[in-house]
Design a protein around this ligand. Structure first.
Ligand SMILES: [Fe+2]
Length: 246
């Protein structure tokens, strides 16, 4: 007999209890079942970050920059992701795959934009710890001669991104190693499987009002805002991931 959605949800709930999933994780599974888009789920669960007021990052990043960046630029990626997911759902329903290349690119661009901006907002805080946590310190030591050397490479990567993009500290759970990557736009130059744990947005919309074309000054100021507790949390979670290559 075909299971009803209600039967399936009930099964998921009891399975989730067995697996010790949190209430929020259970709710996510339920929302996926209700065919909500990823961005809708994030919104419904309050996951989309808004952890501080628009002026909280001053004097390093001005109120107007944060407001426009969060409420217009980031929002447009969320909207774009929702629209692409709707269109792809529609293509699956009708079987018309003629525009699938376009919508796949939209999913990659807007989805990556939403992911990176969400990490960017939580990677910053007005008054967090000024130094990396013990886990990150240990992992950095394995690949960089010193913390300064890591900072120099990350800053140079951010400074040298061609056009609009990001510098990203990643941890790859397949071979347990930190790396510094650049992304052009949000999704080009990605390494598959790597997990971003610290990101800086170097699209001009992130700094132009405050620093005009002085990207270097913005990056220097941004270092004062890094939320090392958040980076530590993200690293710990990435290290627990089990992603075998073969
Ligand atoms: Fe941005």
């Amino acid at each position: 007999m075909r299971k009803t959605t209600e039967n399936l949800l009930e099964e998921i709930r009891s399975k989730a209890l067995e697996m010790n999933l949190s209430q929020q994780q259970v709710r996510i599974v339920e929302l996926v079942f209700e065919h909500r888009t990823i961005a809708e789920i994030a919104g419904l669960l309050g996951i989309t970050p808004d952890p501080y007021s628009y002026d909280a990052l001053e004097p390093y990043i001005g109120r107007r920059t944060v407001e426009l960046h969060y409420s217009r630029h980031h929002q447009s990626y969320v909207n774009g992701l929702n629209e692409a997911e709707r269109q792809i759902d529609e293509a699956r329903r009708t079987g018309d795959m003629s525009l699938i290349r376009y919508w796949s690119r939209e999913i990659a661009f807007n989805g990556s934009g939403h992911v990176l901006h969400s990490i960017y907002w939580t990677n910053m805080t007005p008054g967090g710890p000024r130094t990396p946590g013990p886990l990150l310190t240990a992992e950095l030591r394995r690949v960089f001669p010193s913390f300064d050397s890591f900072q120099r490479q990350f800053t140079a990567a951010a400074e040298q991104v061609e056009g609009s993009g990001w510098a990203i500290l990643t941890f790859n759970p397949s071979w347990h190693r930190l790396d510094v990557l650049e992304a052009e736009k949000h999704e080009d130059l990605t390494q598959w499987g790597s997990v971003p744990i610290l990101v800086v947005d170097v699209w001009e919309h992130a700094y132009y009002l405050d620093y005009q074309n002085r990207r270097w000054d913005y990056i220097e100021a941004w270092w004062h805002l890094v939320n090392w507790s958040d980076v530590e949390r993200r690293l710990a979670l990435a290290m627990m991931a089990n992603v075998p290559l073969t």
